[in-house]
Ligand binder design. Structure first.
Ligand SMILES: Nc1ncnc2c1ncn2[C@@H]1O[C@H](COP(=O)(O)OP(=O)(O)OP(=O)(O)O)[C@@H](O)[C@H]1O
Length: 577
């Protein structure tokens, strides 16, 4: 645990050490009244006792109380400063690392796990370092110091008191695998529910539209029930074990009573010493009793630490070229093949895109169009062949440097719960308000933004929920215009829009795409009439290529596709009686 904390705490580790020293000092100060009690008892039993005899001890007691309070405050402040500092650093580190991971990592259903790493696991580390670490340290150090002190007074009585502790610890050690298993199951269940809740919240619109709220949403229901069962099962294991552990450990007290009184009867020890040991044994057992619940927390922590490590050690995509400009460079897909797991979805893709031209990717659903554009952005790396920009293989280019040269307008628009101004400025944080407005005008959104209650200062709600789909898309285009990257990828950007919105967005795209190297993925073939080259993708291969007219003239798959779309424009929903 300490190694894990050390790894992320850096120079802050001395704060944790300070907190531990204060915590031990606090524990010892808390024990001081017992020592004074012993002195008072001894005086009372050996001689007569007056107020003047105990007055200096009363003063000492007040000093110890003050010292205890001082140490306690400092222990809490230092451990909290360490815990929340380390927690914040960990969250930032995870957030920073996530940005460098290939998109494939998030597509493989690991996002629930990642959120768990950010929330529960880091929270566990915070909790461990703010309270558990000090509690555990003092729970071991204080009994050791008390035992040493008792040992100096009477060896036999000390041995009686401590003899049961190894037995109790061994008992817990014997059941550790059971606790481990329950704790691991509980954490895994926690992760499942986090991912189920995430899925539920993200899909809430669909769930509502199918009237599948509440328990009918099976996965969430099952995950939450499992979490309830696993949490209960863990507690039901820990609670009896903790009680039996505490019982075994404190068996030393009856032993002390039995043998201690016999030793007193045979005048082997004085009454004061016997009474003192009885009182001191409480100080000895008390911290040991308190540590039982921490055994499962240690398991939680090591599990959380492992999970955080898994996220942090997932390799970031390599790429040594950190300064790169794609301006004016041609792009080449050279015999590119790619598989998702065992399933090959792209075969020998070969084409060139000259700078400043538009390449349209069309074809049936699932043909591999989006995958081609994602490979260019290095969301994944190719299995064979290569993609080059100018003379550079994209594998050589650091993902951040590569993405800085691209604008992606995806099917789903991601907007933040922030002002319109900041949402657009996301494309270029250095942009002035005037730059933002100019981009908004070019993307044909200035007018509707001005009609919003606070204009550019209007907060958009979660994922732009206060705007229509077409308006959201135009904000995303304004953001892309502001980024002004030399490569633009448009993925089904006009899908699901009404004709008026589509017309506006087409105009906005023209502003975005002028003089850029554009890759447009489109189902509606009418939107890519002006493309310099059209690649018709089918079953992961380029089946046909050419410009709009030449492809129609070929009379092949593209032509069939076009004819079908023309017919489809007059489609009706027929009611059968
Ligand atoms: N993350 C993924 N893991 C596994 N398979 C995937 C993944 N993403 C896509 N696929 C599969 O790869 C194939 C190509 O998908 P892709 O999204 O590139 O097709 P597309 O031509 O863009 O389809 P559409 O027009 O419907 O968006 C499909 O069969 C799809 O099921």
């Amino acid at each position: 645990m300490r190694n894990f904390l050390k790894k992320f705490a850096g120079n802050d580790l001395h704060t944790l050490n300070k907190a531990t020293v204060y915590a031990v000092a606090e524990g010892l100060c808390a024990g001081a009244p017992l020592l004074l009690l012993f002195v008072v008892l001894k005086k009372a039993l050996d001689e007569s006792l007056s107020f003047f005899d105990i007055a200096p001890y009363l003063v000492l007691l007040l000093i110890f109380f003050a010292a205890q309070t001082f140490c306690s405050i400092n222990s809490i402040l230092n451990s909290c400063s360490f815990a929340y500092g380390t927690g914040a650093r960990l969250r930032l580190k995870i957030g920073e690392h996530l940005r460098k991971l290939p998109l494939g990592y998030f597509k493989e259903g690991k996002s629930g796990n990642t959120i768990e790493a950010l929330l529960l696991d880091v929270f566990n580390v915070e909790l461990a370092s703010s309270t558990m670490y000090n509690k555990l340290a003092t729970s071991f150090i204080i009994p050791v110091l008390v035992a040493f002190f008792m040992f100096c007074i009477n060896t036999k009585l000390t041995l009686l008191i401590v003899s049961t502790v190894p037995l109790a610890l061994f008992f817990f050690y014997f059941f550790r695998k059971k606790i481990d298993a329950r704790s691991t199951a509980m954490l895994s269940s926690h992760r499942n529910s986090a991912s189920a809740i995430l899925e539920y919240v993200q899909g809430i619109r669909t769930i509502k539209s199918f009237n599948m709220t509440g328990p009918s949403f099976q996965r969430l229901d099952v995950a939450l029930r499992d979490l309830r069962d696993q949490s209960y099962s863990l507690e039901a294991t820990i609670a009896p074990l903790s009680e039996i552990y505490a019982c075994i450990a404190s068996l030393g007290f009856p032993l002390l009573l039995f043998f201690g009184t016999r030793m007193y009867a045979s005048e082997e020890v004085s009454l004061a010493v016997l009474l003192f040991f009885m009182i001191l044994s409480l100080k000895f057992y008390q911290p040991l009793m308190g540590i039982a619940p921490y055994f499962s927390m240690i398991r939680h922590l090591s599990n959380s630490a492992q999970n955080i490590n898994t996220v942090l050690t997932t390799p970031a995509q390599p790429g040594e070229l950190t300064q790169f400009s794609a301006q004016g460079l041609p792009i080449r897909f050279d015999n590119v093949s790619f598989s998702y797991g065992d399933r090959q979805v792209l075969h020998d893709i070969q084409f060139d895109a000259k700078p400043g031209t538009m390449t349209a990717l069309v074809g049936p659903s699932g043909a591999g169009k989006t995958t081609i554009s994602h490979l260019l952005a290095r969301f994944w790396d190719v299995d064979s062949g290569k993609i080059t920009i100018g003379s550079h293989n994209v594998r050589e280019i650091a993902p951040d440097a590569l993405l800085s040269q691209m604008t992606l307008v995806m099917q789903d628009t991601q907007l933040w719960n922030d002002t319109v101004m900041n949402n657009i400025r996301f494309g270029n944080p250095q942009a002035t308000d005037e730059d933002v407005k100019a981009a908004a005008k070019a993307a044909l959104c200035h007018d509707f933004i001005c009609r919003l209650p606070l204009g550019y200062d209007t907060v958009l709600g979660e994922n732009g929920s206060s705007l229509s789909g077409g308006e959201q898309k135009r904000i995303a285009i304004a953001r892309a215009i502001l980024k002004d990257a030399p490569i633009v990828i448009l993925d089904e950007a006009t899908a699901s829009l009404d004709p008026e919105n589509e017309h506006h967005i087409q105009q906005a795209f023209s502003s975005l795409a002028s003089s850029k190297t554009v890759f447009a993925i489109a189902h509606k073939l009418s939107t890519i009439r002006t493309a310099d080259q059209i690649l018709f993708i089918e079953n992961g291969r380029i089946a046909e290529r050419g410009n709009f007219e030449s492809l129609l003239a070929q009379g092949g798959r593209f032509k069939t596709f076009w004819d079908l779309q023309q017919k489809g424009q007059g489609w009706k929903i027929r009611r059968t009686k």
